[in-house]
Design a protein. Structure first.
Length: 133
């Protein structure tokens, strides 16, 4: 429970406390969702560096296993392939932000940017059903 008076104050505090420089908010709109005041945020997050770090640590292990089994995989070729995959490593995020009974409530749906045309409408339709009981 936070010490915010209303949704607007809570939203501003949240935006000021953002720490991820790779997360860019594209739009912010105040609307009503199922009778509740809410903010809808649309944003993108570049996850290339995070995904690269995770993949590289796992790849080292897999390349070592493959070498033990007699399969030779060029690390250079693999890194080039990985770089191509990571070029598209951007998330698209739809976030609904509510404030009720002193609580700041966030509901979010995420998808890779390359799948957003298909997943975005499904995520939005699902999130539109959110309501407080």
């Amino acid at each position: 429970k936070a010490a915010y008076k209303n949704l607007d104050e809570a939203m501003e505090a949240s935006l000021q406390n953002r720490t991820n420089p790779n997360h860019k908010i594209n739009s912010k709109q105040k609307i009503k969702i199922n009778g509740e005041d809410a903010y809808v945020l649309e944003s993108n997050m570049d996850i290339r560096e995070t995904a690269k770090n995770i993949m590289e640590s796992q790849v080292r292990e897999e390349l070592a296993k493959a070498a033990k089994e007699g399969n030779v995989v060029s690390q250079k070729e693999f890194q080039q392939d990985m770089s191509k995959v990571l070029e598209k490593a951007n998330l698209r995020i739809l976030t609904y932000v509510f404030y009720r009974d002193g609580y700041f409530v966030t509901v979010a749906g995420k998808s890779l940017e390359s799948f957003w045309d298909k997943r975005g409408p499904q995520i939005k339709n699902s999130m539109d059903t959110f309501k407080f009981e």
